[in-house]
Write a new protein. Structure first.
Ligand code: NOJ
Length: 536
């Protein structure tokens, strides 16, 4: 953890922290059922502490029918037996803290599982006490869905229920009905859920679909931004609409203001997944701007930007103009292709991902890496017959499937790469020995060691309070800036580049690829990055 202390606003122990996402199903399995679990994670915490992680975000572990692998919660205050027990959870919190780290759990407030008792009750009758917990509407005049809203995962966002002859809303799967956040009883239920986990000592929440909780109750059609055509993937279709009525409603912020009071009393972090398809940082920044709502908001453009100077420039300059301090970003996640794959794959893709991490880690912001990023892992190819992600299964060509990034972690050579003694729930691909944790842990030239070194440098040298000053501009393929006495530079272009620094800037503290400094001139080879400090 950083040694620097900060002021107020949205600040807290998370300033200067480095986050690590654990996708629990694929991290480490303690009981041989082929699925990662809480005790598996406990057994690897010393590895995360060794790496220099400050903050562990663990994906949902609550009881769930697993239609969306845990993002369909049927009981918010327990642990699914696949993942362990509440006692295992307590043990996880205690161990995380003993090792000097913090634990963020994943709260899923936009929707429940269709098997949650609230929905079972709600569905049973129009007069159910819980009917108003969800969005039920009569069919439109032509008998179809009440409006044109679409699900992120393909098809209409409405499912007709024969029993009561009404439609219910689900922005994701039909097995994930959306809660009605205009209902004060839903609000009260979540107050209790937050308190339940805070009393078990969690350090905060990653809030799933933070942009989506409140809906405009008029439920008008969303305008189309681009014409639809039949070859579009669900993501493309979703992005073709202006989500004027289903996402990013102002009422969301009132909910976070309410939660913020409880979070602050408990010194807990509220980090929202603010996934707006148009990636407008000004909209994302509203969730953190008032300093009494979310402490941090995930901004997704950095996880999708191509390896190309201009889009990268625009992404970071616009983001930092909109919210200079309070954004969070990730190198990869369980929802998207891994960074080395996204950046072209192979040796080049790996080097680019590592160079890009230098940028993500030294810009102002709360950075996360996703399990396996530190090993330079690429996404794997999952054959159609092995696919598990409902997004792939619902959509014929499987092109939007997320399984490739969810393949389990290779710990060491041997049976299932040490992930499990049982058949892993997803294939592990043809990983090589060099990709395993055990091999990289003993090789000081490995990607793992590079990440460890980078984390350490950031913790020791980067003052998270320090102001950023760009030292190159959009017409350059080197993105470079200073923060206090540090220069950070990355070459995203097609050729080697030179950058003039002050003569005293002679000490390269960390580099990726070819980076040399002499006489105050920094020379950066292809896909290289460097952190430079004064040698005086
Ligand atoms: C975002 C999560 O990261 C993703 O995995 C999930 O499918 C959706 N939210 C719905 O909960």
């Amino acid at each position: 953890m950083s040694k620097f202390t900060l002021g107020k606003g949205n600040s807290g122990w998370w300033d200067g922290a480095i986050g690590y996402e654990v996708y629990i199903r694929s991290f480490a399995d303690s009981n041989g059922d082929g699925i990662g679990d809480l005790l598996g994670l406990v057994s690897k915490l010393d590895y995360l502490a060794w790496l220099g992680v400050d903050l562990v975000w663990v994906s949902p572990f609550y009881p769930s029918p697993m239609a969306d692998f845990g993002y369909d919660v049927s009981n918010y205050c327990d642990v699914d037996p696949i993942f362990g027990t509440l006692e295992d959870f307590d043990c996880l919190v205690a161990e995380v803290h003993r090792l000097g780290m913090r634990l963020l759990i994943d709260l899923v407030p936009n929707h429940t599982s269709s098997q949650h008792e609230w929905f079972v009750d709600s569905r049973s009758s129009i007069d159910s006490d819980k009917r108003g917990f969800y969005h039920w509407r009569d069919p439109s005049q032509n008998g179809g869905p009440p409006n044109n809203w679409v699900s992120h995962f393909g098809g209409s966002a409405w499912t007709f229920d024969e029993l009561t002859e009404q439609y219910y809303l689900h922005l994701f799967l039909p097995e994930q009905p959306d809660l009605n956040w205009n209902n004060p009883n839903v609000v009260k239920e979540f107050d209790n859920i937050l308190k339940f986990w805070l009393s078990r000592d969690v350090d905060g929440f990653r809030i799933d679909v933070a942009q989506g909780l409140v809906k405009n109750m008029l439920m008008a059609d969303n305008p189309l931004r681009f014409p639809l055509h039949k070859d579009m993937s669900p993501r493309e279709i979703f992005a073709s609409y202006d989500h004027r009525y289903d996402l990013d409603q102002s009422g969301n912020i009132e909910i976070y203001q309410r939660w913020r009071k409880v979070a602050d009393e408990n010194d807990a972090l509220l980090l929202g997944e603010v996934y707006l398809r148009d990636n407008d940082p000004n909209k994302v920044s509203r969730y953190v701007a008032s300093k009494d709502s979310l402490h941090r908001a995930f901004y997704f453009a950095p996880m999708h930007v191509p390896w190309s100077p201009e889009p990268m420039w625009d992404t970071f300059r616009d983001a930092l103009d909109a919210a200079p301090e309070d954004l969070s970003w990730a190198l990869s996640s369980h929802d998207d292709p891994r960074a080395p794959t996204r950046f072209g794959g192979g040796k080049e893709g790996k080097q680019r991902a590592l160079a890009y991490s230098v940028l993500l880690l030294f810009l102002p912001g709360l950075p996360f890496i996703y399990q396996g990023d530190e090993l330079g892992l690429e996404s794997i190819l999952v054959k159609p017959e092995d696919q598990a992600d409902p997004v792939a299964l619902r959509n014929e060509d499987g092109s939007d499937g997320r399984d490739g990034a969810r393949s389990p972690i290779p710990w060491h050579v041997g049976e299932n790469f040490g992930f499990s003694t049982g058949k892993p729930w997803l294939p592990m691909g043809d990983r090589s020995e060099e990709e395993t944790v055990d091999s990289q842990k003993f090789d000081e030239g490995s990607t793992l060691f590079k990440y460890k070194e980078l984390f350490q440098l950031r913790a020791e040298r980067l003052d998270p309070n320090s102001q950023l000053k760009w030292i190159t501009s959009r017409d350059s393929s080197v993105i470079a800036f200073t923060r206090a006495d540090i220069v950070c530079a990355i070459n995203v272009g097609e050729q080697s580049e030179k950058l003039k620094l002050g003569k005293e800037m002679s000490d390269i503290k960390f580099s990726v690829g070819d980076a040399v400094v002499s006489d105050g001139i920094l020379e950066l080879g292809l896909a290289s990055a460097a952190i430079i400090m004064s040698g005086v």
